[in-house]
Unconditional design. Structure first.
Length: 116
């Protein structure tokens, strides 16, 4: 059944050679998360596509999705609010730019700065 998984092979041109064997692409190299002092994070306020509600947006994170979610969870817990962490951005509900910037500095993200 695994050899007939057609979803993995979308967009592949097939050969008429009966001995042809399809090879999956090699997995990409794992992305390592740089240390916090080398991260350049920008903390800004965003209201777009949110029904007028304000959220604090942390952008500029580079690294694995797991580390992003871990940092997002730590910020949300320390601020006592909800939010999300996906696609390289951390969203914290409410206007907490100063508090989030201070928390990031305490966590070692010395290049974190407040945007707008």
């Amino acid at each position: 059944m695994a050899e007939n998984d057609w979803k993995k092979r979308l967009g592949v041109v097939y050969s008429t050679n009966p001995d042809f064997q399809y090879r999956d692409e090699e997995p990409k190299a794992a992305v390592l998360t740089p240390e916090p002092s080398k991260q350049r994070l920008i903390v800004s306020l965003d209201r777009r596509n949110r029904g007028g509600k304000q959220v604090t947006l942390v952008t500029g994170f580079t690294g694995t999705e797991e580390d992003l979610k871990e940092l997002g969870k730590a910020l949300k817990v320390k601020c006592g609010v909800g939010g999300s962490a996906k696609d390289g951005e951390i969203t914290v509900q409410g206007d907490l730019r100063d508090k989030v910037t201070a928390l990031l500095h305490d966590m070692g993200y010395v290049k974190a700065k407040r945007g707008n």
